[in-house]
Ligand binder design. Sequence first.
Ligand code: MN
Length: 258
Amino acid sequence: MILVTNDDGIQADGLRILVEALEELDEVYVVAPDRERSAIGMAITLHRPLRARRVGERAFAVDGTPVDCVDLGVGGLLPEKPKLLVSGINRGQNLGHDILFSGTVAAAIKGTFRGIPSIAVSLVLGERERYIVEEVHFETAAEAALAVGRAVLENGLPEGVLLNVNVPNLPVREIKGFRITRQDRGPYDTKVVKRVDPRGNVYYWIGGERMEVDCAQDTDIYAVRNGYISITPIRPDLTDYSAMGELEGWTLRLGRER
Ligand code: MN
């Protein structure tokens, strides 16, 4: 059995198309947020109860986060432990630093923590094409999810590793192939826009562009920009092992020196 979730909400087109594609592999269960919960990372709901509403024979809408959905699914809603988790298809990229706040990737990380081979799938969209239905190629991302899902079921994944898949927004025939990539290192140049609302109160809006300081040929960003489907193996362990030795050489004392 395959578990599908997302962070765009249970009504999202990307989720429906993903389920249709994966049904070729196995029975698919859906446990997804009842509304959009994007950019929420690994947030969990601890201070109120969670409700799961059955919305189909094998589909549940949860009033929580993507990670809540994985926990509720594996912890009670599903009849057995899934052999594969696929999160997506996200309406928009999860490249480089995006994975640190992505709800789509967070659900796949949670699946990995629970011992389920997990994949996050995102469709890379520009600001303009995001709102034009005919220009959004979910079908390409669904084919990619099917291919990668099948390969994961056949080969398994290294322990503690998940796959972050990003698909260029192109018709299938224009895709050049798959590339195994690394995460781009460019941070966002975050801008805070200050405006005044109709009642005269100040409000702020966070935005900004990604800083193009990396974009090397082995990155996820380079791959999708050049027409390839990017597959990045991700390990949630953020420890910098190379820095540990250097820190070991520090002298650390509690309190003021006497
Ligand atoms: Mn999203």
